[in-house]
Design a protein around this ligand. Structure first.
Ligand SMILES: Cc1cc2nc3c(=O)[nH]c(=O)nc-3n(C[C@H](O)[C@H](O)[C@H](O)COP(=O)(O)OP(=O)(O)OC[C@H]3O[C@@H](n4cnc5c(N)ncnc54)[C@H](O)[C@@H]3O)c2cc1C
Length: 432
């Protein structure tokens, strides 16, 4: 099948994808002593936080208390200490999105490089995972190799344990794991970077009236998100300000069409703004909100998320309202959590059904669409990633890669030792 396949390194743990989840997974696994590699298709780590241009990191706090910490929070604190991640006052009452921390993109990527390198992770940047090799049968299958595309052709990396942090669940899908992928998916968004200089008031008024006209006559068909005022466009920094509809980022042809549609939408905005206001740059890709959700031993439902149901194997908290973006002029479907409740993520929502050595973390973890629209936020992805990294390291080093042979208490202890807030270990006593 792979005529020119070359043999690359053998690792205890391979993390595929280096976004919010993959970054913490790789750092945690390496810190636990596992020989760890991370494979990332872009030349920059961070995924949606950096390349995708959505640099708002939510939500480490709930009801004025911290509920997620660990390696993700260490990353934020280190950035903040350097002036690249202003942390809002978490003790005041504010809408949930105001607790997001807007990180500086190049500094965030630099800090991820730094922390991954400090931990001793082998970095395979700019090298897409393109296939897997699987051994075993039935419920005892193992992903024992990841094929990556390099400048030297296709290379196989060997792994005792694999963590799929691709956001799209690519590794699980190719290995034959079960997943869900809706016919209707949430829209994506393309980040744009407006010139922040405001022209004089008269010019601003003229641009605003052109924006309104373009919204109503269809030149700007991104009505739902593109603001109708230049001041709002500039204030938003182009972050989360449009919807690219009807595409599936887990389908390369569909994604190609979305990239073209995204740039068309931004160009239409540029033409509307005219020569007195500029869009200086865009993210290199449309950022998707939703693709595959991989089926694991546990499936998080919306009801259980909203009710913060406890599980025996909870390994971290997650905090965000249900937040389902919809196409066109439809508003976001939001369901807010009952005051005081903090949802939990069980380990079994990360252990991929039918596979002995395959974990998933981040946006493609196991749950229904609505629950996923909440636990996909970056701080939750970071918490899941760290837990998966700890479990993978423990499995690889002590149990021949078997992720179900690991004692949950050991995962909890290891992540807590690395600063994580862990249900039942160094708990937050929210209900006191
Ligand atoms: C427009 C938008 C706005 C959002 N707003 C917020 C917000 O305000 N606050 C918040 O906290 N969250 C927000 N989110 C959600 C959040 O950003 C994502 O759900 C989260 O970043 C997912 O993290 P992840 O690590 O699971 O995936 P990603 O960040 O997508 O990372 C996956 C990584 O895997 C890599 N990859 C994929 N396939 C392969 C492959 N085959 N081989 C190698 N590498 C691969 C990708 O390049 C990427 O680096 C938003 C999302 C979007 C799209």
């Amino acid at each position: 099948m792979f005529g020119k396949l070359k043999q690359g390194g053998e690792y205890d743990v391979i993390v595929c994808g280096c976004g919010s989840a993959g970054f913490t997974a790789a750092v945690q696994a390496a810190r636990a002593g596992a020989n760890t590699a991370v494979v990332e298709r872009y030349g920059m780590p961070g995924g949606i936080m950096t390349v995708g241009g959505n640099n708002d990191v939510a939500q480490f706090h709930a009801y004025h208390k911290q509920v997620i910490a660990g390696i993700g929070w260490e990353f934020i604190e280190r950035l903040s200490a350097l002036g690249y991640a202003p942390i809002p006052d978490m003790t005041v009452d504010a809408p949930h999105w105001k607790y997001g921390i807007r990180v500086n993109i190049p500094a965030a990527a630099y800090m991820m490089d730094t922390m991954l390198t400090e931990a001793g992770v082998a970095l395979y940047y700019g090298q897409n995972a393109v296939e897997v090799t699987v051994s075993g049968e039935g419920e005892s299958r193992r992903v024992d190799g990841i094929i990556i595309s390099t400048k030297d052709g296709l290379v196989r990396l060997g792994a005792k344990t694999v963590i799929d942090c691709t956001g799209d669940g690519d590794i699980c899908c190719w290995a034959g794991a079960q997943y869900e992928l809706g016919e209707t998916l949430q829209p994506g968004t393309i980040r744009f970077y407006p010139d922040k200089r405001l022209p004089d008031d008269e010019t601003v008024a003229a641009i605003d009236s052109e924006l309104k006209a373009a919204h109503s006559d269809g030149r700007l068909d991104n009505e739902y998100r593109f603001p109708s005022s230049l001041r709002d466009i500039i204030a938003s920094e182009g972050c989360n300000r449009n919807h690219i509809n009807d595409f599936n980022a887990a389908d390369s042809d569909s994604m190609t069409a979305a990239e073209i549609d995204g740039r068309r939408a931004i160009f239409a905005l540029m033409e509307t703004l005219g020569e007195n206001a500029r869009i200086d740059n865009i993210a290199p890709t449309v950022a998707p909100r939703e693709t595959r959700r991989i089926l694991c031993d546990h499936y998080i439902t919306c009801d259980e998320y909203v009710d913060a149901v406890e599980h025996e194997d909870d390994i971290c908290y997650s905090f965000y309202p249900i937040d389902l973006h919809r196409a066109g002029r439809q508003s976001i479907k939001q369901v807010f959590l009952t005051h005081g409740l903090v949802p939990r993520i069980p380990y079994s929502a990360l252990t991929v059904k039918g596979f002995e050595n395959l974990l998933v973390a981040g946006r493609c973890a196991s749950g229904d669409r609505l629950a996923n629209s909440a636990y996909r936020v970056k701080a939750s992805c970071m918490a899941m990633g760290q837990a998966a990294g700890a479990a993978a390291a423990l499995a690889a080093r002590g149990h021949g890669g078997d992720i179900r042979a690991v004692d949950i208490a050991d995962i909890k202890r290891l992540t807590a030792d690395n600063g994580a807030i862990v249900p039942g270990v160094n708990d937050i006593h929210l209900y006191e």
